[in-house]
Design a protein around this ligand. Sequence first.
Ligand code: NAD
Length: 251
Amino acid sequence: MDYREKIKTLADMIKESEKTLALTGAGISTESGIPDYRSPGTGLWEKIDPIKAASLSSLKRDPAGFYAINLKRWLAYDHVKPNAAHLALARLEKMGYLLGIITQNIDSLHKKAGSERVWEVHGHLRTCRCMECGTGYNMSFLSDQVESGKNPPLCEKCKGVLRPDVVLFEDHMSEDFFKACQVLSGCRLLIVAGSSLTVYPVAGLPEFARQVVIINKEPTPWDDRANLVINDSAGRVFTDLMAEFGEKPDA
Ligand code: NAD
């Protein structure tokens, strides 16, 4: 099947499916300018050690170092805009074709694009909390402290160290992950976009869907079992897909 036939097939699958969900990963945000983890040459893991950068033990052992490595990169997400793929998924939800999005991303771009039902299974960077007493704050409460030289950032009630509401390596999964498992039961069609499908337990989620479509630049371990695989950029695929629905996303 050539690229055009694949796009038409995907549009037909969505139109025929009663319950379609999307599962997105870091690759859907690369065209907005946020590097993913594993793309050859540009992936973050080629530059930083993930266990040092994003594990609970590293945060506990050296909180100031943890924020020195991560915070500047995370704050830059605030200025990033959703791309054609995020906008198309939001539009499909509004048109009634998409039930919602399960995302591994912490960048809030699906919400910025206007998607309403989003399960952020690895958390997000909008809020943070105290590791001692659990008091919650907006992320700016944490970042203002670090940016004014107060690193590590502390809770104003008990002076415990603050942590972002993202799921770090060695953390428990979020409540949204368990909600995503529930919503996936009975899922007719799952569109996986921009994920290497190597980070568990999220990489196991396609097991719940009857039909799986993969949109990814590189091959994934799921390709052999998927009903349709489109190896191309998410921005191009979703732009062409929306044309099949008579729509042009304004990226
Ligand atoms: P990953 O880096 O493991 O895989 C990304 C995949 O997307 C790769 O296979 C790559 O080939 C593909 N890709 C890159 N650009 C693409 C594009 N324009 N179109 C289509 N495919 C493209 O990412 P993952 O599977 O999400 O897992 C890694 C973890 O990274 C997740 O837990 C996530 O929380 C975290 N992460 C998130 C962000 C973010 O919030 N934007 C950024 C980096 C990492």
